[in-house]
Design a protein. Structure first.
Lengths: 268, 292
């Protein structure tokens, strides 16, 4: 029985992994070979060719650079905004706190697609269509992140804050020097979650970014499959490059990655 | 004891300063939420109601919208239970200490959850190509995966399951790890086999996590967009059209903003109703279990 379960588990794992493997194999073959009989199952020698072709078709190096820098800027700003708001909600009493918390919870429950049309019109009216700020700024206040950080700060002992105040440290200094270092694990999860959501973000950049030179990776991939002549090997290479940064982060920071992906849904 | 002189104005000033500082922390997020969430949310509600309830009345008679709902319904009824069932069994297996290469297997199963949605959909589109696609060749089939209405749905369901089983299994695994060793031992002493232990001891306790997975999957299904757009474009015909894909077409291809907003609010209402039902009827039974 145990042997059977083990064999089934391994077979299932293969099903999980084989599409990755094939994606990588396909990225090293010429596009014409991918649908040959039998299909290629071992790496070929056309990786460099495919890189050159992919670069010629959509300037994929620029696409990657755009995705990387917009995701990094978004992650830095959004994590900061979320952590600060979470801290304010957890450790201060002020007018409007209940309302703000209510709005944060509502944001988590309302699918953001409801906002697509009015946000699009707003972007059009302030001339932000086809700009980078349009894909960075509107979703900076991430309710999931705010909630995650608020939970982390609620557990933070008030005595430590008081001792900081007695030592004459200002609120900002206490936040950066005493509080943030302690919640580093949750902050790590938040950073990974935020980076991943921006890296994968598709429908909004698809609506916002019209010119090819501003494409992010998912938008560029979607553009490639829409071409009249699709280079499938280049497409597989692009898919591989789209997945590579996430896979690296995952393999290095497995714990925080899982915590971040689950959005703090599960403790531990 | 000397009495402490209470400097009321000073305390007031301190309180006011603390409130000001609080807004320094919470202010940026509050401003962003007001501008980019509360305002567009209200705007979209008003937009959907332009000309009364006409947009909503139109929804009920729109065959494309109804088709998109029935497609989502099919995924809810077929894909979500299959996926969560698989994920539950998988989590249980991956939690067994006798399983060789357990850590490696966990990573392998979780890997699909690390992929960009558009990227994996692109890979599946190539794998599932009718002429010479690797799936057809390996299985020795000639199935028209992406251009036949029935098989296109199968392809979408299979792709979704591939992407999300491991993700749900990891959540369920975390839930399983919260169940103490002694409960397995007690069940073993009572003479329960591993299947009985799983069904009678583990599953009831795992119920809240299963409900959590099922609610998040329901929300995800109703918001489905990336995969159908890339895999099939919603086709053939409307065979894999989803509500959000339809919203995208109505709002940004046909530029019918009011109607798109009505679609969005219909989806919100459905998500709210389905989440509530699952939470109400499947979630709260745990309190009953504690009594037993």
């Amino acid at each position: 029985m145990r042997r059977l379960v083990w064999v089934l588990a391994v077979l299932g794992a293969l099903v999980s992994v084989v599409p990755f493997y094939w994606m990588i194999v396909a990225a090293t073959h010429d596009g014409s070979e991918l649908f040959a009989s039998p299909p290629p199952f071992l790496p070929g020698g056309d990786l460099l060719n495919n890189i050159v072709k992919l670069e010629e078709s959509v300037h994929f190096a620029r696409v990657m650079a755009t995705s990387v820098w917009t995701a990094l800027v978004y992650t830095a700003l959004s994590s900061l905004v979320s952590a600060m708001c979470g801290y304010g909600l957890a450790k201060y009493r002020f007018h409007g706190r209940g309302l703000l918390l209510g709005v944060v919870l509502a944001t988590m429950m309302v699918p953001f697609q409801v906002l697509l049309v009015p946000l699009f019109q707003m972007m059009a009216s302030i001339g932000w269509v086809d700009t980078y700020q349009a894909i960075i700024i509107p979703f900076l206040a991430n309710s999931f992140g705010i909630f995650l950080m608020r939970q982390a700060f609620l557990d933070f002992p008030d005595e430590l804050l008081e001792s900081g105040r007695l030592d004459g440290a200002g609120d900002m200094r206490i936040f950066y020097r005493i509080v943030l270092p302690v919640v580093r694990p949750q902050l790590g999860a938040l950073v990974i979650f935020t980076f991943m959501s921006q890296w994968n973000s598709f429908i909004w950049p698809l609506l916002m970014l019209n010119s090819e030179e501003r494409y992010t990776v998912p938008v560029a991939l979607n553009h490639l499959i829409g071409l009249s002549h699709v280079d499938y090997a280049g497409l597989m290479l692009g898919a591989f490059l789209a997945t590579l940064p996430l896979m690296l982060v995952f393999l290095v920071f497995q714990r925080q990655f899982v915590a971040g992906l689950l959005g703090g849904a599960v403790k531990g | 004891m000397s009495s402490v002189a209470v400097d009321v104005p000073k305390i007031r000033r301190y309180g006011r300063r603390r409130r000001t500082v609080a807004w320094v922390f919470a202010g940026p997020a509050a401003a962003l939420l007001a501008l980019f969430f509360a305002y567009p949310l209200a705007a979209s509600l008003l937009q959907s109601l332009e000309g009364g309830f006409g947009n909503y009345a139109r929804l009920v008679r729109d065959p494309s919208f109804l088709r998109s709902l029935s497609n989502a319904g099919l995924i809810l009824v077929v894909q979500v239970p299959v996926m969560i069932g698989l994920a539950t069994v998988l989590a249980y297996v991956l939690n067994q200490s006798w399983l060789k290469f357990r850590a490696t297997l966990r990573v392998a199963y979780f890997l699909p959850a690390v992929t960009t949605l558009v990227a994996y959909a692109v890979v599946f589109r190539v794998l599932l190509r009718t002429e010479g696609g690797a799936v057809n060749q390996v299985l020795g089939l000639q199935v028209d995966w992406l251009n036949d209405p029935f098989w296109a749905r199968v392809a979408l369901i299979a792709s979704l399951t591939w992407r999300w089983v491991g993700y749900n299994a990891v959540i369920l695994l975390a839930g399983l790890q919260g169940i103490g060793r002694e409960q397995y031992e007690a069940a073993a002493i009572d003479g329960a086999g591993s299947l009985t232990t799983f069904r009678r001891v583990i599953l009831p306790q795992l119920r809240p996590v299963v409900v959590f997975c099922s609610i998040t999957s329901t929300i995800g299904t109703l918001q489905l967009f990336d995969e159908p757009l890339v895999l099939t474009g919603g086709g053939p015909g409307d065979a894999t059209l989803t509500p959000i894909l339809y919203l995208y077409q109505v709002g940004f291809k046909q530029l019918d903003f009011g109607y798109a907003a009505a679609i969005a609010w219909a989806v919100v209402a459905l998500i709210g109703a389905l989440s509530w039902v699952q939470f109400r009827y499947f979630g709260s039974r745990t309190s009953g279990k504690e009594r037993a």
